[in-house]
Design a protein around this ligand. Structure first.
Ligand code: HAM
Length: 441
C-alpha cells in the first residue's frame, strides 16, 4: 500500500465540508472588501524566495522544497504566497495601474519542510491578501480588521491580534545595535540558532522558541522604544483605526515575524486560550524594490486554513455547514429506476440536493442510505403510482406522506424546502454588529 508523504493530509468527509465552508466565508468576505482573486504558480524560480523572503530566514535555509527541472532550472515549491504575488505585480507591470492600491487575495497550498506535528504540515494551505501601492496606516488597519473579521464570521471569538511595529530602517538599525549590546554578554548561553542570528538578524532572537523563557529576556530592549517619530506616528494611527474598527488587539513587542521583508506594522492572529497562531502579516515596503520593481509600499496577511478547520472541528463550530440533502429517490424495478434517474436530474437542475440508489439494493437498505445522508424527504417511486402520474413524498422527520402529481413535484419542493443553502450572510452579520447607529449617515 502506498501511503501519503509525511506532513501531508487527506481532507475528507465532514472535515472537507467544513473546509469548503471556510473557503466560502473567505471568498464572501474578500468580495465585500473588494479584493480580487489572484492565482500564481505553485513553483517559482528559487531565486525569488532567496531574494524575497531572505537568505537568513528559517524558511529559506531549512524549509524549502528545491528541485531542478529537466531543463536544469532551479525551482522551489512556494513556501508562502507574498513573494509570488509581488513577482507577478512586477512582471505584469501592475504598478503602472493608475488605481493603486491593487488589492488581491489568494488561497492555495504552500510547502515547508518542517518537522511535522500538530498544526504544522509540510503541505499547508493558506489564504492571504496583499495590498500593493499604499503607505497609509488605513491600509494596515483594513488588512488587520479583515483578517480578524474572517475569524469572527467563522464563529471564532477567542481570537486576538498581537501587533507590533518594526519601524523604518533607521529605527530598526538602532534597535539592532541595542539588541546586540544587550545580548553580547549572554552569547555563550544562547541556542545555536540565536548565536547565528546575533550577527545575521538579531531581531529574531527576541521570538526564539528555545531561548525566550530565559530570565534575561524580559529586560531585553523593546523595539517600540526605538521607533523614530514617523514610525511611531504610523503605528499610533494603525492602533487608532483598529480601535475605530473594534478589533480586539494587544501591543506585543515580541512579534518580529519569521520573514525578512517586513517593516513598520507586524501582527499575528492568535487564539487567546491556546496561543495558536492562526495567521500573520505586516507591511513590506521594500519587497517590490528588492524584486526589481519600483519602490511600492505594501501590506498583507496570510492565515492557515488547516489550523482554522482543525479549530472549527475541535470546537464543533460547524452548525452552518450543510449536512443533509433535500430528497432521496427510492425505487425497486427498472421502470421506476428510469423515473429515479429522470427526476433526480430534474430536481438537481432546479437547485435541490438529491441522491438516489446506484447498486440496485433493497428498499430497506435504501431507507438506511437516505438516513445516512439525513435526507429531508423521501420520494418513493412505485409503478402503479407512476402509471397514474403520481409519486409518494414522505417527510423523513414527521413521517407524514402524501401523493404528489409528478408535474407538481418541483413546486412542492419549492414550497416545502426552505432556502437553507448556507449562503454566507455578511449583511445580517454586519447589521447585528453595528453598534454605531450613525455609521451609514
Ligand atoms: P506565516 O506566518 O509564515 O506568514 O504564515 C501564515 C500562517 O500560515 C501561520 O500563522 C499559520 O497559520 C500558517 N502556517 C504556516 N506554516 C504552517 C505549517 N507548516 N503548517 C500549517 N500551517 C502553517 C506568511 O506566510 C506571510 N506570507 C504572510 C504575509 C502575507 N505577510 C504579508 N503578506
Amino acid at each position: 500500500m502506498i501511503i501519503k508523504p509525511k506532513g501531508t493530509v487527506d481532507i475528507t468527509g465532514k472535515e472537507a465540508k467544513v473546509w469548503k465552508y471556510v473557503e466560502e466565508v473567505i471568498d464572501s468576505v474578500m468580495e465585500k472588501y473588494n479584493y480580487n482573486y489572484i492565482r500564481t504558480p505553485i513553483f517559482e524560480s528559487s531565486e525569488l524566495f532567496h531574494r524575497g523572503i531572505g537568505d537568513s530566514t528559517d524558511i529559506v535555509t531549512k524549509e524549502t522544497y528545491d528541485f531542478k527541472d529537466r531543463g536544469d532550472r532551479n525551482l522551489t515549491l512556494r513556501p508562502e504566497g507574498t513573494a509570488g504575488v509581488v513577482r507577478s505585480f512586477v512582471e505584469n507591470k501592475m504598478y503602472g495601474n493608475a488605481n493603486l492600491p491593487i488589492k488581491v487575495y489568494y488561497n492555495g497550498t504552500m510547502y515547508r519542510y518542517e518537522r511535522p506535528q500538530k498544526g504544522r504540515l509540510r503541505e499547508l494551505s493558506q489564504y492571504g491578501v496583499e495590498c500593493l501601492g499604499s503607505s497609509d496606516p488605513m491600509m494596515d488597519a483594513e488588512v488587520i480588521s479583515l483578517s480578524f473579521n474572517i475569524n469572527k464570521m467563522l464563529g471564532l471569538d477567542d481570537v486576538v491580534v498581537h501587533i507590533n511595529s518594526l519601524g523604518d530602517s533607521d529605527s530598526r538599525n538602532s534597535y539592532r545595535e541595542a539588541l546586540k549590546t544587550y545580548f553580547k554578554p549572554y552569547l555563550d548561553d544562547l541556542c545555536d540558532d540565536c548565536k547565528e542570528r546575533f550577527n545575521k538578524n538579531p531581531l529574531r532572537i527576541i521570538d526564539c522558541k528555545i531561548d525566550s523563557n530565559k530570565s534575561y529576556f524580559k529586560d531585553a530592549p523593546k523595539i517600540l522604544d526605538f521607533l523614530n517619530v514617523e514610525s511611531k506616528e504610523h503605528f499610533d494611527k494603525v492602533c487608532e483605526y483598529l480601535d475605530l474598527l473594534e478589533v480586539k488587539y494587544v501591543v506585543d513587542p515580541y512579534i518580529v515575524r519569521g520573514l525578512d521583508y517586513y517593516n513598520h506594522t507586524v501582527f499575528e492572529l492568535k487564539t487567546e486560550s491556546t496561543n495558536l497562531a492562526l495567521g500573520g502579516g505586516g507591511r513590506y515596503d521594500k519587497l517590490v524594490g528588492n524584486l526589481d520593481g519600483p519602490e511600492t509600499p505594501c501590506v498583507g496577511y496570510a492565515g492557515g486554513i488547516d489550523r482554522l478547520v482543525e479549530l472549527l472541528m475541535n470546537e464543533k463550530k460547524f452548525s452552518n455547514v450543510r449536512d443533509d440533502i433535500d430528497a432521496f429517490l427510492m425505487y425497486v424495478n427498472e421502470d421506476e429506476k428510469k423515473y429515479a434517474i429522470y427526476l433526480a436530474n430534474l430536481l438537481r437542475m432546479s437547485g435541490f440536493v438529491v441522491e438516489t440508489e446506484y447498486n440496485n439494493k433493497s428498499l430497506k437498505s435504501q431507507f438506511k442510505r437516505a438516513d445516512y445522508f439525513n435526507s429531508k424527504y423521501l420520494i418513493i417511486l412505485n409503478s402503479n403510482d407512476l402509471n397514474d402520474g403520481l409519486v409518494t413524498v414522505k417527510n423523513n422527520k414527521t413521517k407524514e406522506e402524501e401523493k404528489i402529481m409528478i408535474e407538481y413535484l418541483i413546486y412542492y419542493f419549492d414550497e416545502h424546502i426552505s432556502d437553507d443553502n448556507q449562503d454566507v450572510d455578511l449583511e445580517s452579520y454586519c447589521h447585528s454588529h453595528d453598534k454605531r447607529g450613525d455609521c451609514n449617515e
